[in-house]
Design a protein around this ligand. Sequence first.
Ligand SMILES: Cc1cc2nc3c(=O)[nH]c(=O)nc-3n(C[C@H](O)[C@H](O)[C@H](O)COP(=O)(O)O)c2cc1C
Length: 174
Amino acid sequence: MEFLTLAKKRCSTRSFKKQAILDTEITSILEAARVAPTNGNIQNFHIYVVEDRDLLAQFAEHAQIYNAPLVFVVSYDKEKIFKSAINANDTGLIDTSVILTHMMLAATDLKLGSVWINYFKQADIKAVLKTGPSEEIAHLLAVGYPNVPFKDQKRHAKERKPLTELVSYKRNPE
Ligand SMILES: Cc1cc2nc3c(=O)[nH]c(=O)nc-3n(C[C@H](O)[C@H](O)[C@H](O)COP(=O)(O)O)c2cc1C
């Protein structure tokens, strides 16, 4: 799909069919994550592919996962993050955000619904997954076959600010 068409097609889906996602589709989404850029190409991330109903039920006690049949949990090791010499940016969070964006767009390309979930408590999800002490849970991405149509691609005219509000140009003088 042409890139801007794909970007405009992507929307948050919050109602999913129960049907499991094909392994080939899961692999495509994971491949999109694998090729994402990371600061210094450090690739300090881990992805849990959670389809286990018991684990999903435990997630649902702590986060709204909209009954999705699959939740990707993306984490990073906070002791191994790329450290800039001149700022203290959390590159673990930045890198995993890029990864999640790749995954969301890959899911959209496969006509799968997805929603990024940031509304969770770190400790709760860590406890469910029994992660190590230095592992930081960065993001959850709920994915599934959508139970509702993709949103109208013309919606951005109203739902997003115009470029005139968002952009300023610093161009060469004529
Ligand atoms: C970093 C981030 C965190 C988000 N967290 C949540 C969340 O916890 N729950 C939720 O329902 N949607 C969440 N969303 C989805 C946003 O609400 C949604 O992307 C935004 O309203 C724009 O709508 P659209 O995705 O349909 O274009 C999140 C999105 C981003 C980018």
